[in-house]
Design a binder for this molecule. Sequence first.
Ligand code: ADP
Length: 544
Amino acid sequence: MDGHPMPMPLRVIDLLRHAARNHPQVEIVSRRVEGDVHRTTYADTYRRVCRLARALEALGIARGDKVATLAWNTYRHLELYYGSMAIGAVCHTLNPRLTVDQLVWICNHGGDRMLCFDASFAPLVAAAAPGLQTVTTFVLLSRTAAMTAPQVEVLDYEELLARQSDADIDWPTPDENAPCGLCYTSGTTGDPKGVCYTPRSTLLHAWASALPDVLALSAQDTVLPVVPMFHVNAWGLPFSLPMVGAKIVFPGPALDGKSLYELCEAERVTMAAGVPTIWLGLLEHVRAQGARFNSLRRTVIGGAAAGEAMVRAFELEHGVRVLHGWGMTETSPVAALNQFTPRQQALSVDARVRLQTKQGRELFGVEMRLEAEDGHVLERDGASTGRLLVRGPWVVQTYQGGVSGARADGWFDTGDIATIDADGFMQIVDRAKDVVKSGGEWISSIALESAAMTHPAVLEAAVIGIPHPKWDERPLLVCVLRPGQALDRAQLLAHLQPLVAKWWLPEAVEFVNALPHGATGKVLKAVLRERFAAPPLQQTSPVY
Ligand code: ADP
């Protein structure tokens, strides 16, 4: 008879338990809704999670029940992740930037039993409450606001915890393939879809993303997850950080450049993670103040493309390594990450920076491939452009409600258009729906935006396709200028001329005060299209 290792199932609570046993005094620091900075440790957090798990069970929460959260990144949100998952319930993170109607739809579709919310979201919950068909328990996470919604009883989180013992628990072993987390996509194309995470997908994703050539997380790190815990589990950091015992610094509701910079310096943050719009705010603040990062060593950028200007600012002005990554709600989310090989480290600065605008190589566990329109698999040659497909143990198979996600052949079609080079570095050209189709050729809105943002007067840029009688579509560039800067169309086009192919030059340029951003920080191109795309442009000849 063959021997075999212990068939111990993967459990989420073991991540925090491990941190509490091996890094008990490592801190978890949070800017709170209350306005102060709160400090706790892994050991104390684990004890509070024991209290919370008991409190949830006392309220009737059982295996498979959905515990919804509407909360900022703080220690309380972390406790809710672990407390709910530890007893086999499902932590359903809700995005507070959605409208009341969207929230109601998502809660009802998910079948949430309990809703736990930060005081800042009390008005949102009060507005949503009448439409919530399955929520029976509302829990306010701090006493800084009272919620007045008729016929709704609101429980106090701290009181619930205070009533329970913090003694260790002999945790149950939920099915490692049953959902423990739920997050809906932003629904930019149709109804939002619920992506379920399991203990197995969560732990494998945490292990893979902590590796040296991915996020390189360790107990030496102090990490600032700016990326929200209310969307795709803050890129899995609430799991991978306890796994390695890193100190965590949660920004709470204060996401402006000044607050983030001050927190970074005060807590000696070594790594931060967030979307480009957040880093724009931080870099602008640092630039305006002439400030320096004294402890920050690396920053993870994902969710939208990190353009050349942003990579240069972090790398060359501040000596902060940029780790550009790619993923989706459907991929837990980390699927590709850009860390250099030794050969690339030896490249010239310009070549290196250009390489860093690529989204990186697949993590072990995720497989990527490119497909042409006719379905044949494309070469990994850095030039062939096709639809990006992925598969792996933390990639969606079916959505909440049984809606199919992956194709019958086992691959998930991301809806992104990309290239992959011979070294495996993938570059997102565009979302399929955003690419500008001009005269039968494709123009990458991402590449054009990145080129526009290298102009020192341009703060942010977005490119959309506008209907054109001869060329089908032509690019329209929408720009936000830095405060106090002036720039006209001709100057901007002159800047772009040496950077992009002639026929890529924008047909038109619009200057606006701000770009519309969606619930996850991405530019809302649909809103720009509504505003600028109709009626068709009068010009019949392109600028080239
Ligand atoms: P949604 O919920 O809107 O689908 P996700 O957070 O799941 O939002 O976003 C996934 C999409 O974001 C990807 O399909 C891709 O288009 C885009 N994306 C993510 N990371 C990057 C990146 N580094 N560069 C360019 N696009 C990115």
